[in-house]
Write a protein that binds this ligand. Structure first.
Ligand SMILES: Nc1nc2c(c(=O)[nH]1)N[C@H]1C(S)=C(S)[C@@H](COP(=O)(O)O)O[C@H]1N2
Ligand SMILES: [Mo]
Length: 200
């Protein structure tokens, strides 16, 4: 069935199959040593750390959303289930001055997003896709999904959230990709950034 054009951002197409893309190797999941840290500008000044058994028990919600990669494919209608950023923020509140967050993965991959993108409807720490636990290559046990931004911001194998008082570029944002990354505005590359869209 043809995809309703109004749901496809400019320059995107729907491929056959479902690509897997990441830089580097798939990390092994070790539940005994796995933790999820919230650090940086927390309200208390303390770092907050959650173990795997604790994270697994957090309440989950479901999000239905499309997924747009900057290499131009889009996967429509994904059902993600996982933990809302609101639950993380409630457990470890940020300093009131925090406007940006860095989402950290295994191996030092990270993506920065605005706090408003982190708390947006649809943003989720996903643990399941279409009714099954994430596969290892898709980010098991936990990946972020930010469906309204290009997919490099949807960090797989998340291990930490860093609250930032000043914006800082993540892995691809340092390598020529757009700091904001809104697919509806085709914000693909950093040379397209307007004043105020990137760190000073
Ligand atoms: N940790 C990590 N997360 C990552 C990446 C990566 O290299 N490392 N690549 C990103 C990119 S560019 C895309 S398009 C999506 C792909 O998600 P998928 O493999 O589930 O399709 O993961 C994103 N998350
Ligand atoms: Mo991507």
């Amino acid at each position: 069935m043809p995809v309703e054009q109004s749901r496809l951002p400019p320059g995107q197409y729907v491929p056959r199959g479902r690509p897997v893309i990441h830089y580097g190797r798939v990390p092994a999941f070790k539940p005994e040593s796995w933790d999820f840290r919230v650090f940086g500008a927390t309200a208390s000044g303390e770092e907050h750390c959650v173990t795997w058994p604790e994270f697994e028990r957090l309440p989950r919600t479901t999000v239905l959303a499309d997924f747009h990669c900057v290499t131009k494919w889009s996967i429509m209608g994904n059902e993600w289930c996982g933990v809302s950023p609101a639950a993380i923020i409630a457990a470890a509140p940020p300093d009131p001055g925090v406007r940006h967050v860095m989402i950290w993965a295994e191996y030092g991959y990270g993506a920065n997003i605005r706090m408003s993108d982190f708390t947006a409807d649809g943003t989720l720490f996903a643990m399941e896709l279409d009714g099954s636990p994430l596969s290892a290559e898709r980010g098991f046990p936990v990946r972020l999904v930010v469906p309204h931004l290009y997919a490099w911001k949807s960090v797989k194998w998340v291990r930490a959230v860093e609250y930032l008082l000043e914006d800082r570029r993540g892995f691809w944002e340092e390598r020529g990709y757009h700091n904001v990354a809104d697919p509806w505005r085709e914000q693909r590359y950093s040379y397209q950034e307007e004043p105020g869209e990137g760190p000073p």
